[in-house]
Design a protein around this ligand. Sequence first.
Ligand code: SF4
Length: 480
Amino acid sequence: MSTTPERNANAFDAQARDALGDATLKSALRNATDLFAERRTAAIDAVPDWEALREHARQVKDATVARLDHYIGQFADKAEQAGATVHWARDANEACAIVAKIAEDHGAERLVKSKSMATEEIHLNKALAAHDREPVETDLGEWIIQLAGETPSHIIVPAIHMTRDAIGELFVDKLGIPPSNDPKTLCAHARERLRNHFAKADLGISGVNFGVAETGSILILENEGNVRMTTTMPKVHVAVMGIERVIPRFADLEVFLRLLPRSGTGQHLTTYQSILTGTDSPKQRRCGQGPEELHIVLLDNGRSKIAVDEKMRETLACIRCGACLNACPVYQTIGGHAYGSVYPGPIGAILTPQLAGMHEAKPLPFASTLCGACKDVCPVKIDIPSLLLELRQRAVEGTATESPAKRGFFESLTWRMWSWFMRGPKRFRFASAMARFGQRLPLLHRLLPPMAAWHSTRELPKLAKKSFRDSYRPSQGSKQ
Ligand code: SF4
């Protein structure tokens, strides 16, 4: 996996600083993430066995990842028996080459694509553009991002960082429509353009939410109807599926269907659920509908390496609901682009260094306050804070000698002072007294670096007037 060309995960600090200065971005993110969090709370309140569901889902995922080779093999066999063609891709280059070859073999010039994080991960659009076959994105958010020449900033809401005014201006510029910021008007223009693309498409590309091993079926969730058009109107459908998306039984879908939409968008169920089983189903034969060919590209790209890493393998339980992004105070403040990876937020901070390699994304495990909000909302109970700590340790161990040099002067000085003051009670008491005194001089820490930069976006918590020790001692004395 490579990171986006414009930004990269190793430049996280600078990118985050840029994002912090963007007031419009902050307000767009805050409005959207607060709304999703409210909807999620309301949706899960209506499910009495929510915790049991989470536990069940996690058990299914753990059991699947423990025998991933077995289940993915079973899925591939069953999918082929049902009429699909299965392709295996070890990495991004192989996956892109497979899709490009399918398009070439079928003389497909006009391609449409529905939202898929796996295809974002492998930068499929760019690879196909090199063959003059760039697909048209058909999810509204992805289409807006494509028109703007940007990359998604959220795994389920790609244009979360854009206001409707910005989208209105983009449409005026790119589509030549009269100015408007009315969502209904903008959607109507998008629908008209996209229908035209669907009608002419030779090949449709989608992702996969779940692949069922016992039947070889794939399930794709969506709200706009574009997935259904992408997967049924063109004669050829190519589905790109990360190998961790497999689940053993059809009955398991019931659990994940209750968890995923509620966690992601606060919906009880997405508007559409497309379950596709090869091309030879009785219904397809009877109606003569659907694509003539279904190709499923099974993407590894680092996943099998994670599956054998005992400490990190729970990363593969992720169902890409996006709830951890919406709950994360870091994501809520800086948005997705600052992470410099197609996977932003808490899940991106653990997934990107594992897929791309730590050398490609060393700052990301540190891009967290470790508050635990991500763990609380995760429908499959991934302990993201513990995984972040493990990755932090690996990041430092891997480059123990270069780590201090990469820190800024003030950061190094701060940590050295902190370490010195923590080495004895007298030093600690002295540091606490100094900090209390310093708080009486607000201008001092508002103007002097590095506190001035820190203060530009936050308030320093107030220290108590007395330390716990000072308060505790007299009360003990009076009891004796
Ligand atoms: S880590 Fe959990 S909360 Fe985050 S996207 Fe994955 S499943 Fe959702």
